[in-house]
Design a protein around this ligand. Structure first.
Ligand code: SF4
Length: 710
C-alpha cells in the first residue's frame, strides 16, 4: 500500500532527460508544464514535519473486520450510513453493485472496467471503497466539470458524511500563480492597473486561496495570465526566493499527504510517461470518462512543433545575451525556411490535417541549428551566476536541446510504422493568427499504456460508453488493458417508460458533394417536424460542419419565424454561452457539432429531443485514423468491424446519452441514418443503444409529447 512520504523516501531514480524529451512540445499545445520541478513527488522536503499520530476516528465502522464489500454496501443502502445523514436519500441498485465490484478489485489488486450509465452515481461508487479501504487513490477525469464536481462536491460530501480523509486537486503547473513572476510584474502593473491583476493582489491575502488562477473571479487577460502563471522553464525551484511560500510547492505538499488526489488525464499520462515521477505514489488509479483514454494518450504521446515554439525560445533574454549571434540568426532563418518549405510540400492549409510523408530537409537543418545554439549557450555559459540564475540557465539549455530533438523527430519522418506525421493549422493560447504545427503521433497507444500505466498499478476504468452490447474487447484492445474484470451495470433509468427511439423510414442514405441535396432536404424536413412535435427543447447534432450549415440554411429561418430560439454552434456564441442560453430560453433549438455530443448536461424539460444526423464515423482522411485503418488492413484484421464501427457506436451512445439525465426526464432520441435499417451492422448499432421503445412514425412522436400515446 502507498505510504504517505517520510523524510528521505523517494521513488526509483529516473533518467530525467530521457523521460522528458518527448513531452516538452506539449507545453505549447496544452499549457501544461513540460517537466516537474526537480525532485520526485514523494521525496519529502527537508522541512516537512513528521505526520502526527492518527487520532481516534469517530467515523470508523464499529466492526472493522467486516469485508470491504459489506461495508460499502452498508454505506450506500437504504437505512445505511448515507441515508441516516440524508433524509431524502434514495438507494441506487447500480451504484451499490459498482461499489461492491470496486471493493473486490481493491482487495484483489485487480484491474476493473465498469460501464455505468448516467444516473448511476459512479463517483461515490469508486470514491467510497477507496476511502473505506484506506488506500491511496489517484482519480483522473477528462474534463474540468467532472474534476470540479469531484473535488468541490463529492469529496467534501464523503468527508462529512462517511469518513474524514485528506484530498488534493492537482493541476498542471501553469494553472498556479508564480510569486516570483508576480513580483516582477508588480511595478509594471502599478502603471497600467489591469483590473484582474488587482483581484489577484487582493486574493493573496486570502489564506484559503490555493493560487489556482482559474478561481480568480475576474478573469485575467491572457497576456497577463501568461506572465504571472508558473512555468517550469522559468522556475528555479529550491533556488527561488519564494520557494517556501510557492503555491506549486504547497500543492505538491498537499498532494503528498492526501489519500485521494484528483487529476486530469493529461497529467496522469504525463506521469505515466515519466515513470510515476510527476504525481504521488498511489495504490489505485481510477480513470473516469475512460472512453477518452485512447484519444488523450495519443495526444499526450504526440510530439509537436510550431514556428512559435522556436521564436518564443529565441525571445528569451538570457539566450539573446549569451548565445552567439550567428547561431541565433541561423536558427531564425532556418525556422523561416522550414515553414515556408513545409507549406509548399503539403499545399494550402485550410481545415483538417495533411499527411507529411517525406523527411523535410529544411526542418532537419533547423534541428541542427538548434543543437548548435544549445552548444553555443554551453560554450558561453556566464561565470559567477547566482544559484537561481544557474538553475534557470540549465533549464534554458535543456529547453533548447529538447526542441532540437523534437524538431528532428517530426521532420525525419523515419518511423512510419510506429508514428503518423501530419501538419495542421492551430491557434495556440494567446495567438490571434493560426500557425502551422507539425506532429508525430503514435500509431497505437496500447503498448505504451500497458507498460507505463496498467503494468504498474491496479486501475479502475469507467464510463457510460465502453462496451458494445456488453462486450469490452474493443476498449481493452485499443488501450492495452489486459486481465481486467469487466462489468456492465443495469441502466439507472426506466428507458422503455421515459424515452422513445425514433427511427423513421427514410428515402436517402447519407450522401456527400453535389448529389447530397435531396438527402439534406429530407433531413431538414425530418428535423423540422421533430422540433415542432417537441416544441423546441431540442439538440440537433451533426457529424460535420457542412451538414449543420446546409440543414440550418434549409430550416433555420422558418423556425425563427415560428418563434423558436435557434442557437448555432460556431456562429453565435462560445459553447458555454450557447448552453446557458439553451437552458434559459423558451423553445430553444441548438444546432451543434462534436463538442455537444458529450460532456453536456441539461437535465429536466429544457432538453426533450436529441436528433442525430448520422452514424459519427471518423473522417476517413484524418491521417491518424487513416494510418490506423491501414495498419489493421495490413494485419488482415476486420478494420471496419473491429475499429471504425465500434468507435462510431460509442460516440453515438454518448450523443443519445444527452437526453435522459435524471429520473424525472423524458424525451425522444431520433436517429436519421437510413443505414441502420439497410446495412448488416444496423442491428449491432441498435443493440448498443438504451432500451427505449422504438417508433418510426412522426405521429407517434407527437403522441408521446402530447401524452396521448396508446
Ligand atoms: S518556486 Fe518560485 S519560480 Fe517556481 S513556481 Fe514557485 S514561486 Fe514560481
Amino acid at each position: 500500500m502507498a505510504k504517505r512520504a517520510k523524510k528521505g523516501s523517494a521513488q526509483p531514480e529516473l533518467a530525467q532527460d530521457a523521460a522528458l524529451a518527448p513531452l516538452d512540445g506539449l507545453s505549447d499545445l496544452l499549457d501544461i508544464p513540460p517537466h516537474a520541478p526537480d525532485e520526485p513527488f514523494d521525496a519529502a522536503p527537508d522541512d516537512l514535519p513528521e505526520a502526527p499520530p492518527p487520532e481516534d476516528d469517530p467515523f470508523a465502522w464499529p466492526n472493522d473486520d467486516r469485508p470491504l464489500v459489506e461495508r460499502v454496501e452498508e454505506d450506500l443502502r437504504a437505512g445505511g450510513t448515507l441515508s441516516r445523514s440524508l433524509p431524502d436519500y434514495e438507494e441506487r441498485k447500480a451504484q451499490i453493485i459498482m461499489a461492491q465490484r470496486v471493493a473486490e478489485a481493491l482487495e484483489r489488486d485487480q484491474h476493473l472496467v465498469v460501464e455505468a450509465g448516467t444516473g448511476t452515481g459512479k463517483s461515490f461508487a469508486y470514491l467510497l471503497p477507496i476511502v473505506r479501504a484506506g488506500k491511496v487513490g489517484l482519480l483522473s477525469t477528462a474534463n474540468k466539470a467532472l474534476q470540479e464536481q469531484l473535488f468541490y462536491k463529492d469529496i467534501p460530501f464523503t468527508q462529512r458524511h462517511v469518513q474524514p480523509f485528506e484530498a488534493a486537486l492537482v493541476k498542471g503547473m501553469g494553472n498556479y500563480l508564480c510569486l516570483d513572476h508576480y513580483n516582477e510584474e508588480l511595478s509594471f502593473q502599478a502603471l497600467v492597473q489591469t483590473p484582474g491583476f488587482a483581484t489577484v493582489q487582493r486574493m493573496l491575502d486570502d489564506d484559503d486561496w490555493d493560487g489556482d488562477l482559474d478561481l480568480v473571479p475576474e478573469s485575467l487577460p491572457a497576456d497577463v495570465r501568461a506572465k504571472v502563471a508558473a512555468d517550469s522553464d522559468q522556475c528555479a525551484w529550491r533556488a527561488c526566493p519564494f520557494f517556501n511560500q510557492c503555491y506549486v510547492k504547497r500543492m505538491r505538499d498537499r498532494a503528498r499527504e492526501a489519500q485521494v488526489i484528483v487529476v486530469n488525464h493529461t497529467l496522469l499520462l504525463l506521469d505515466a510517461e515519466m515513470g510515476g515521477f510527476l504525481l504521488p505514489e498511489r495504490d489505485v488509479v481510477v480513470i473516469d470518462e475512460a472512453h477518452h483514454l485512447e484519444e488523450e494518450a495519443t495526444r499526450a504521446f504526440t510530439i509537436s512543433v510550431t514556428p512559435g515554439r522556436v521564436t518564443s525560445l529565441l525571445a528569451q533574454r538570457k539566450l539573446r545575451e549569451v548565445a552567439d549571434e550567428r547561431n541565433q540568426q541561423e536558427v531564425n532563418s532556418a525556422n523561416a525556411d522550414t515553414w515556408e518549405a513545409l507549406l509548399r510540400v503539403v499545399g494550402p492549409m485550410a481545415r483538417g490535417r495533411q499527411h507529411l510523408r517525406e523527411p523535410l530537409q529544411q526542418g532537419l537543418r533547423l534541428g541542427d541549428s538548434l543543437e548548435d545554439l544549445a552548444q553555443s549557450l554551453q560554450r558561453n555559459r556566464p561565470l559567477n551566476m547566482t544559484e537561481k540564475d544557474e538553475q534557470l540557465f540549465e533549464r534554458l539549455v535543456k529547453r533548447t536541446r529538447t526542441l532540437a530533438s523534437d524538431v528532428r523527430q517530426v521532420f525525419r519522418v523515419d518511423h512510419p510504422d510506429e508514428r503518423v506525421y501530419y501538419v495542421e493549422m492551430t491557434r495556440g493560447a494567446g495567438r490571434r493568427a493560426p500557425q502551422p504545427q507539425v506532429s508525430a503521433a503514435p500509431l497505437g497507444v496500447a503498448e505504451l499504456l500497458r507498460e507505463k500505466l496498467f503494468g504498474r498499478v491496479p486501475t479502475i476504468a469507467t464510463s457510460a460508453t465502453l462496451a458494445i452490447d456488453g462486450d469490452f474487447s474493443f476498449f481493452r484492445s485499443r488501450v492495452g488493458l489486459e486481465g481486467s474484470r469487466d462489468v456492465t451495470l443495469p441502466y439507472a433509468f426506466d428507458y422503455p417508460e421515459v424515452a422513445r427511439l425514433y427511427i423513421p423510414r427514410l428515402r436517402y442514405e447519407p450522401l456527400y458533394g453535389p448529389a447530397s441535396g435531396p438527402y439534406l432536404d429530407e433531413m431538414g424536413e425530418q428535423m423540422r417536424s421533430l422540433v415542432e412535435a417537441s416544441e423546441g427543447r431540442a439538440f440537433l447534432l451533426f457529424s460535420s460542419q457542412r451538414a449543420l450549415e446546409e440543414v440550418y440554411g434549409r430550416i433555420g429561418a422558418d423556425l425563427e419565424v415560428d418563434g423558436y430560439a435557434t442557437l448555432v454552434q460556431g456562429r453565435d456564441f462560445a459553447r458555454s454561452e450557447l448552453l446557458r442560453q439553451f437552458r434559459e430560453r423558451e423553445r430553444a433549438v441548438l444546432f451543434g457539432l462534436k463538442s455537444f455530443w458529450e460532456g453536456v448536461d441539461v437535465p429536466g424539460d429544457a432538453l426533450s429531443l436529441v436528433v442525430i444526423d448520422k452514424l459519427p464515423f471518423d473522417p476517413p482522411d484524418d491521417p491518424v485514423q487513416e494510418a490506423r485503418v491501414a495498419r489493421l488492413k495490413a494485419e488482415g484484421a476486420n478494420w471496419f468491424g473491429a475499429y471504425v464501427l465500434p468507435n462510431a457506436i460509442l460516440r453515438l451512445k454518448q450523443g443519445v446519452g444527452r437526453l435522459i439525465r435524471t429520473r424525472d426526464d423524458r424525451g425522444v432520441m431520433a436517429f436519421l441514418d437510413k443505414r441502420i435499417q439497410t446495412k448488416g451492422y444496423g442491428r449491432q448499432v441498435l443493440l448498443a443503444l438504451p432500451p427505449a421503445r422504438r417508433i418510426s412514425d412522426i405521429q407517434a412522436v407527437r403522441a408521446f409529447f402530447d401524452g396521448a400515446e396508446r
